[in-house]
Design a protein around this ligand. Structure first.
Ligand SMILES: [Zn+2]
Length: 349
């Protein structure tokens, strides 16, 4: 089958469109094979190409997010059947460890993500457990394949950060860094659904303008404005109740300066570097909660799919590339030009 692979880590020069062996002809009893109709990129995919500290089995097929048609099912699969149109939840646990049994799948001791730890979605077919697919909801204006592919990873990540971890409440002020990023944009929309007032940042005035149209209450340019001062001024000196972080070193100090008493900071990433510090006295005196979050559990996934079906949280797609031009899609992501998700058609589109 056709697939986008790497055979070594490094720059985007490592990307190759290749013929690779088909997925295993015999599926596990609860596995499903999906003929991919669209995939979508995440920053994770760039990190996978650059090299992550786990063993790769080359050729390694890229891509976490995807949607397509169920092509074959294992003997015990009951929730979907051949021909169903499905979206994939790319976080794959073992469904058996103590964390899985407690319903906390993204804490699984054997957690893996498609395209990172397992063969990904930038291929003709991908195989996942049946628990990891969800039939695409029917909407008055049907979801495109690209929208369906773009939905899962960022929406699930944002939902867990905003709702489960930070427990954002109506009327609270939430600061979201870097609104061009997929998780940030999803976090803004989830926070708005929770009734919060959302302040977003970007280095691009054009992206801020778009974010305003998508519901941002306040937009700040972090290259020309001092974010913490602006947040204090906007909140009558209180500071933000919640800060949504995925940048790390470049924003950390300003995130804490923006955080009010009793504030919660949730991080799901460190794209600008992982080493940060803070003054413990401010932590206890202001009674901050500093939390990590990654992906989400099955209950959270079901909830976001339900909301998608009721017309909320429809993905924002930046651009769709043909399968053969996936490299250009990666380049657009690397340059950070997008607002919303970059999608790639399946090989047979
Ligand atoms: Zn587990």
């Amino acid at each position: 089958m056709r697939a986008w692979v790497i055979r070594a880590t490094g720059s985007l020069d490592q990307l190759q469109l290749a013929d690779v062996p088909d997925t295993p002809s015999s599926l596990g009893s609860r596995e499903v094979r999906i003929a991919v109709r669209a995939a979508a990129l995440n920053r994770l995919d760039l990190f996978v190409v650059r090299g992550l500290p786990h063993e790769y089995r080359y050729p390694h097929i890229l891509g976490a997010d995807g949607a397509g048609v169920v092509d074959a099912v294992g003997t015990d699969v009951r929730s979907v059947r051949t021909g169903d149109r499905v979206m994939i939840n790319p976080g794959i646990p073992d469904y058996s460890c103590e964390y899985c049994r407690a319903g906390e799948h993204s804490l699984c001791v054997n957690y893996g993500i498609l395209g990172e730890h397992r063969p990904g979605t930038l291929a003709q077919y991908v195989v996942v457990p049946e628990q990891n697919v969800s039939v695409i909801p029917t909407l008055p204006k049907p979801l495109t394949w690209a929208e369906a592919a773009a939905f899962s990873l960022v929406t699930l990540t944002a939902w867990r950060m905003v709702v489960t971890r930070a427990q954002v409440r109506p009327g609270e002020t939430v600061l979201v860094w870097g609104i061009g990023g997929g998780v940030s944009l999803a976090a803004m929309r989830v926070a708005k659904l929770q009734g919060a007032s959302v302040i977003v940042t970007s280095s691009s005035d054009a992206k801020l303008h778009e974010a305003q149209k998508l519901g941002a209450d306040v937009t700040l340019n972090h290259t020309t404005q001092k974010i913490s001062q602006e947040v204090r001024a906007l909140t009558n000196k209180r500071g933000a109740d919640v800060v949504i972080e995925n940048v790390g070193e470049a924003t950390w100090d300003e995130s804490l300066r923006s955080l009010g008493r009793g504030g919660r900071l949730v991080s799901c990433g460190a794209t600008a570097g992982p080493k940060v510090g803070f003054d413990m006295r401010r932590l206890f005196w202001y009674q901050w909660s500093i939390m990590g979050s990654t992906m989400g559990n099955d209950a959270e996934y079901r909830e976001i799919v339900r909301l998608l079906g009721s017309g909320e949280l429809r993905p924002i797609v930046d651009r769709v590339f043909p399968f053969t031009e996936a490299r250009a899609a990666f380049e657009r992501l690397e340059r950070g030009e997008q607002l919303g998700k970059i999608a790639i058609d399946g090989p047979e589109a």
